[in-house]
Design a protein around this ligand. Sequence first.
Ligand code: SF4
Length: 155
Amino acid sequence: MKKILVSECLYGGRAVRYDGADIRETDPRFLRWKAEGRLLPVCPEVFGGLTTPRPAAQRVGDRVRTESGKDVTREYAAGAAEALRLAREHAVAFAILKQGSPSCGSKYIHDGTFSGLKKKGQGLTAEYLRNAGFTVLGEEDLDEAARLLADGDGD
Ligand code: SF4
């Protein structure tokens, strides 16, 4: 049974999000995959050595910065690299990552102005995974995830 790489904040059980909030996914399909032991939770930002809670950060050009301007690109890149290493080690079928995050976003991210606006784009971890050939879905794509599993991608 192939595993699915998932954002740890969706998996639940440990406070990893920048604001410490609990945003675990409760869709019955996700919970079934979790009970089956199919899910491999990762938090790239914790992997990168960042604390919880931590200042919100956004992608600004090719960098990742906090609102006060601190450059945290190195930490985000280290976390993305570790998530990719685990994806390869476990030969995961695909990934389901938290939408909108500067690490995990796969369709849109905040626009870098800290004004609440979002734009099309992806987080650093989604980018690393896709560049390595992995399919990256968001939590809104569980229909697609179920279809991939039904098609045999998770065998
Ligand atoms: S880096 Fe990803 S897994 Fe970690 S809290 Fe942010 S969205 Fe969730």
